[in-house]
Design a protein around this ligand. Structure first.
Ligand SMILES: C[S@@+](CC[C@H](N)C(=O)[O-])C[C@H]1O[C@@H](n2cnc3c(N)ncnc32)[C@H](O)[C@@H]1O
Length: 395
């Protein structure tokens, strides 16, 4: 694994040698509106589950650089790309686990040739994950499976199903008050999403190194979940469907990269995605000045100390084209866009607050959107070179 001045001890945790996220648990509609990616643009996006990078690729950027320090996240993105190139839309949904299939291992054989040797070796050794649908293969998804199992015990399968039959926000509100928000639910939620259980089960205790001022993780997340359950239409919320039902409600309520109408566009754009395994600050330092239009940073900044966060933002400014846009989330650690960088970035606080309110993935407490201030006359683009590839895992 790469180590450099940007890496803290969190980034060296063994948890990064396993697949953590098989899906992105971040609402891609926020990134889309914040970043305003358009054909011809160059985009840098943290890979994670690959979904949001692919969803931004549906907008036709000329160049996409997908970065993750966890090589297995990048192997997943490779698999998702290979499926787009080698399967039809139905086959793709079957391979990933959106549609039922007993033939996933055969579908995998049909896409395998597109993968790099390391990704081939990785997925060859993960037959059970392929056969049960890779969208369920991450450590975090397995944690949510356990949540769903217990949720059905506590609320009863019929109550869980009925929540998704609510047709209006009034219905949802009433249903939540009368059938859902019991003391047992509160206790269960508080326990399951406590610092200890989330750290040991879903993420890693070290991920909370920089958390301060959050008294109870469970109460914090339950307040955010309350907003998603009562203020946002449940039928559009594929995150809640995945969490509570373990499936999408239908094939329209899915992330943009899985929608039938985007499949052909993706076939034309996924070839422009360059996948790089390495630490974000390292990768940025290797990119030419004035070369990138958008940056999707997920919530990576809460896993590094404040000075590293600011250093990465300064490097982002160097790499950015004039008017470039960036966005990132805060889950538990406040990484506010620093005011001492106001000469480099204009913040879009109103836009960010409006988007956060609409966030169907609901667990984030803040969303930050900023635009790069740079004089177009001095910003002469340097020649683009592919950043050096680091491989963190040898399967
Ligand atoms: C920050 S995590 C959060 C996951 C996210 N909230 C989601 O729902 O998809 C996203 C990805 O960032 C990667 N990551 C974290 N810190 C990084 C860094 N400094 N450089 C590169 N990748 C990083 C992790 O390996 C992970 O796959």
């Amino acid at each position: 694994m790469t180590t450099n001045r940007n890496s803290g001890r969190i980034l060296e945790r063994p948890v990064f040698e396993r697949l953590l996220f098989a899906q992105c648990w971040e609402d891609p509609l926020l990134d889309r509106e914040a970043l305003q990616t358009k054909p011809g643009d160059a985009l840098l996006s943290v890979t994670s589950g690959g979904c949001n990078t692919l969803s931004l690729a549906t907008l036709g950027p000329e160049r996409v650089i997908a970065v993750d320090l966890n090589a297995t996240q990048n192997y997943l993105l490779e698999l998702k790309i290979a499926g787009i190139l080698n399967l039809d839309h139905g086959g793709y949904l079957r391979l990933l686990g959106v549609r039922e299939s007993g033939l996933r291992w055969h579908l995998y054989q049909a896409v395998r040739e597109r993968l790099s040797p390391l990704a081939q070796a990785y997925w060859d050794s993960k037959r059970p994950s392929i056969e049960s649908g890779v969208l369920r293969a991450g450590r975090y998804e397995r944690y949510l499976n356990a949540f769903r199992y217990l949720l059905h015990v506590i609320q009863g399968p019929r109550t869980v199903r009925r929540l998704f039959e609510c047709e209006s926000l009034e219905d949802q509100h009433r249903f939540y008050r009368e059938n859902w928000d019991s003391r047992t639910w509160r206790l269960f939620f508080r326990t399951f999403f406590s610092r200890t259980v989330l750290g040991l089960g879903g993420l890693d205790p070290e991920f909370f190194t920089y958390v301060s001022g959050v008294k109870s993780f469970g109460d914090h997340f339950r307040r955010l979940a309350h907003h998603a359950l009562v203020d946002l239409p449940i039928r559009d919320n594929y995150f809640l469907a995945q969490i509570c039902l373990g499936r999408y409600l239908d094939e329209h309520a899915v992330p943009p990269y899985l929608r039938a109408e985007n499949f052909n566009t993706l076939r034309n754009t996924v070839g422009r995605i360059e996948i790089v395994t390495g630490e974000l600050g390292d990768i940025l330092s290797q990119l030419p000045s004035h070369s990138v239009d958008q940056f999707n940073f997920s919530n990576v900044f809460e896993w590094v100390p404040q000075p590293t966060f600011e250093r990465i933002l300064r490097e982002t400014h160097r790499v950015a084209r004039p008017g470039a846009r960036l966005c990132y989330r805060n889950l538990l650690v406040r990484r506010k866009h620093p005011e001492n960088l106001d000469d480099m970035f204009a913040q879009h606080q109103n836009l960010a607050a409006r988007l956060l309110w609409q966030d169907r993935s609901f667990v984030y407490s803040h969303f930050e959107v900023a635009e790069v201030k740079k004089d177009p006359r001095i910003a002469k683009e340097e020649k683009w070179q592919r950043p050096q590839v680091y491989e963190a895992v040898t399967p």
